[in-house]
Design a protein around this ligand. Sequence first.
Ligand code: APR
Length: 250
Amino acid sequence: MKDVQAVLRAAAAEIAAVPKQTIAVTGAGISVPSGIPAFRGIGGLWEKYDPEEYATIDAFHANPGKVWRMIREFKEVIERARPNPAHLALARLEQLGYLRTVITQNVDGLHQAAGNTDVIEFHGNNRWVLCLRCGARFPGAELVLETLPPRCTCGGVLKPDVVFFGEPIPPEALSRSYAEATRCRVVLVVGTSAQVQPAASIPFVARSAGARIVEVNPERCLPSDYCLTGPAEELLPALVSEVERLAGSR
Ligand code: APR
C-alpha cells in the first residue's frame, strides 16, 4: 500500500502544480461501482453479448429488435445508477479549480450528475434516441420498450444516440478532445482498458504535447507515468484529498 501512497502523492503534486491543467479520460470502469457492468474482463458485457452481433452499426441495421432486447435488459440498471465516490471526486477536482475537462467514453451521464460541468461525451449518450428515417430526436427515458424495435411516429426505427462500432465519433467531441489533450499538463485516465480507438490515443496525444499520464485502474493498461493500481472509488477520493491538501498548504 505504501507504494500506491507514494505514487498517489507524486501524482497529486503533478495535478496541484498548475490549476486547470488536468483533463480526465474515463471509461466503463469508473461506473462499475454504480452498478453498470464494464465491457471487457470478468463479468463484462461482451462476455455475454458478442459485440459483433450487438455493438456494430451493421448489426443494428440488420436486426434492431435484437440489439434493443439487450438494451432493454440494462435500461433499469442504467436508470437506477447514481454517481459513485469516483465520479464525485472528479467533480470536486473541478470545483477545486484543477480539473478542466472530462472526456468520457461512457454514455451514462454520471459525470454530469456528479457535478462536472465540462464533459465531452466521446461515444454519445443514452439520454436521446433518434429516428433513422426522419432524424427526429426523443428523450430515451420516455420510450416504452414493449414492441421492439421502438419506432418513430413516422414509422422509422429509433436508435440510441450512442456511437456503435463502425460509426464516426461526433466531430465536435473528437476535435475538442484532441485540442484539450494537446494543451494539458496531466491526463488522468480512469477505468478504461484503452483498447478502443480513437479514444485510446488521447493519452498519447497529451503525452506527445508534454503531459504526464496518471492512470487509475486495478490493472495497468497504459505506459502511464503514475499508475494507481486499485479501484477508482477508493483511489480518486484519496488523490483529490491530497491535491486539496497541497493546494491549501500554499
Ligand atoms: N475502478 C477503476 N477501474 C476499474 C474498476 C474500478 N472500480 N473496475 C473495472 N475497472 C477497469 C478494468 O480493469 C478495465 O481496464 O475498467 C476498465 C474497463 O474496460 P472496458 O470494459 O474495456 O471499458 P472501456 O475501456 O470504457 O471500453 C471502451 O469499448 O465497447 C466499447 O463503446 C464501448 O466505450 C466503450 C469502449
